[in-house]
Design a binder for this molecule. Structure first.
Ligand code: PEP
Ligand code: MN
Length: 287
């Protein structure tokens, strides 16, 4: 049976609900975060993503703002009505992150961090578990089991690309994983075409392909000034590009027997924030 995961003010993912989760790779400044948060809310996203704790390959790279970044996310969430999806890196930070976030993200590098999986398994709050870049589907499902066995059944799986041999793209986005996972589990499956391709111009086609393959949602990176981003600028959509993609997805979603998921109060919150209050066309019910 297909499972639905709920969070925030009425957001649902899975079943017939399709949820677009979007925002910057990392929280950098209040201004940049608010600009992107307002833009993705105005475009109809279901949730705001953004890393406060960043898993960076080099210790010299920007590591995220940590606690102050969580506070900025919480403020952006109040401003827009969008619930927050953000990564937790360290089992010792789980309670802190759970206080600001609706959904805790376990990143690909931590897919088999078993103490961290056990810790989020103790929560009764959704967890978005990303597939490791060299993990099989069996390993992803076994990692999810650590969370489920703790009694937390609110798990969303995320395909974000695996290590390929071709440097044309950052990773090899394995869209086959979507129907395979849907066969093997009732847990919702989302796709991250931003990390999966590493290139902004490939995000829209792979996002649409993911919807067609049966994904229950998408995780997409958006930045107001990608050239100056501290992290993953090459794969970030600009707000206008994101709005265009969101509009296209919203037209496609009903044809896939899905409904567009949004927080119940998002329209009024976005209007209050002064962002793009225009009517959200042809909402969005399965025919
Ligand atoms: C992210 O979503 O910002 C991220 C670091 O992703 P991944 O763990 O898939 O590399
Ligand atoms: Mn990123």
């Amino acid at each position: 049976m297909r499972q639905t995961v709920q969070f925030g003010n009425g957001v649902q993912i899975g079943g017939d609900h399709f949820a677009l989760i979007a925002g910057p790779c990392a929280v950098e400044t209040r201004e940049l975060l608010d600009t992107v948060a307002d833009a993705v809310a105005g475009a109809g996203a279901a949730a705001l993503r953004g890393g406060a704790f960043k898993p960076r390959t080099s210790p010299q790279s920007f590591q995220g703002l940590g606690g102050p970044g969580l506070e900025l996310l919480a403020a952006a969430s109040r401003r827009t009505g969008l619930p927050v999806v953000t990564e937790v890196l360290d089992p010792r930070d789980v309670a802190l992150v759970a206080g600001s976030a609706a959904v805790l993200q376990i990143g690909s590098r931590n897919m088999q961090n078993f103490p961290l999986l056990r810790e989020v398994g103790r929560l009764r709050q959704p967890v978005l578990l990303k597939r490791g870049a060299a993990a099989t589907i069996d390993e992803l499902l076994a990692a999810a089991d650590y969370i489920l066995q703790g009694g937390n059944d609110q798990v969303v799986l995320c395909e974000r690309g695996v290590r390929g041999f071709d440097p044309s793209t950052r990773y090899l986005l394995d869209l086959t994983a979507v129907p395979v996972l849907r066969q093997r589990t009732g847990l919702p499956v989302v796709v991250d075409p931003s990390h999966g391709t590493g290139r902004a111009e490939l995000v829209a086609p792979m996002a649409k392909a993911a919807l067609m393959a049966g994904a229950d949602g998408l995780l997409i990176e958006v930045h107001a000034d990608p050239e100056r981003a501290l992290c993953d600028g090459r794969q970030a959509l600009r707000p206008a590009e994101f709005a265009q993609l969101a509009a296209e997805l919203r037209r496609l979603v009903p044809f896939c027997g899905r409904r567009w998921s949004r927080p119940l109060a998002a329209d009024s919150a976005v209007t209050a924030a002064g962002a793009n209050p225009g009517p959200l066309d042809d909402e969005v019910h399965a025919p």
